[in-house]
Design a protein around this ligand. Sequence first.
Ligand SMILES: *Cc1c(COP(=O)(O)O)cnc(C)c1O
Length: 404
Amino acid sequence: MNIPNDKNKALKATYKRVMVPNYSPTGFIPERAKGSYVWDKNDKHYIDLGGGIAVNCLGHSNPDLLKALSIQSKKIWHVSNYLANESATELAKSLTDLTFADKVFFCNSGSEANEAAIKIARRFHYLKNDSKDEIISFTNSFHGRSLLNITLGGSAKHKEGFGPFPESIFQAHFNDLKSVEKNISKKTAAIIVEPIQGESGIQPAKKSFLQGLRELCDRNGIVLIFDEVQSGLGRTSHLFAYMKYGVTPDILTTAKGLGGGLPIGATLVKNSYAQALDVGSHGSTFGGNPLVCAVAIKVLELISQPTLLGAIAEKEEILVNGLMDLSLKYHSFDAIRSAGLWIGCDLKRKQEVNTLIDCCYAEGLIVISAGPSTLRLAPALNISKEDLKESLIRLEKALAKFSN
Ligand SMILES: *Cc1c(COP(=O)(O)O)cnc(C)c1O
């Protein structure tokens, strides 16, 4: 699109010159945002159904989060972990009050939360001297981009050229207990699984699969780790997806939505596993940063309210019904999967999701992908029904162009 005096263009040129080319963002650059609205440098208006990849769970510039940030910013920003701090302690208290967990380790991202989970599991067995160090992860999974996490993950592309990789990691088939049993040995230390796989397009585990994993882990002394980095914080209309399934892990990792847009990760554990990280065994300079934790306390308080979680099902229905109607009219999707305000639509036209995304941008709608052929939606959980309806109108215009 050629806009006279395009303010996005100049900055985009600089971006290209100075940024490592691992991302390929589109032509517009967001300038400011409020709630589920974003404006670019030309002041064009967008509705945000991407949510910064399930991060902006309470929308942009949420007034309650702004207030928490502002108050804490005038008190203390950073101390690191040779000093304790009140925000981190209070946040850990909230997280343990609201979940199965007894104790929390804080870090700054989902990758680091998983790194800590695997380290805890291996060290737990090391301290028991039972020589278990093998990890089982799953096909099509995503756990982050560190060397450990790409080794756990199911993407060959993410690994290409980055080896050698950490050892003793095996991959079983998602939703296939027999394949898990085949991979279990006397040396299996942990199994890590996303209860609902996000990056592969909102693919839910079967309840019987998670129950089966729980039983296998109990029977064989294996640590069960749920990666809820994307599925947590109300995304599925439950605070965490494990609550929806009624299957409790030994360790749970969370990040993305937890800071409401600020970087934070956390590894939640039961007491018996917490003891594996004794003094000096692991750490993070920024982990538990007071400023981020003060905001996360507020995020958790707002997200865990039954009114917010209870309103998600109706919004999910508006979106899914709208998507089904549009799919009928424009022959767009092979499948539509949803888990709360978290939706994956497989395009009939494979490998073309970026074209559709560009059509959406042109109509003032921000959406994201999951792989090359799946449209993903992960809007703010407090998005209004009116904004959802307006976003469906914009999506229809985009699909009409895309289908041409
Ligand atoms: C995003 C994501 C991660 C990685 O989180 P980062 O903050 O990017 O390191 C890990 N696991 C899952 C399930 C995710 O969706």
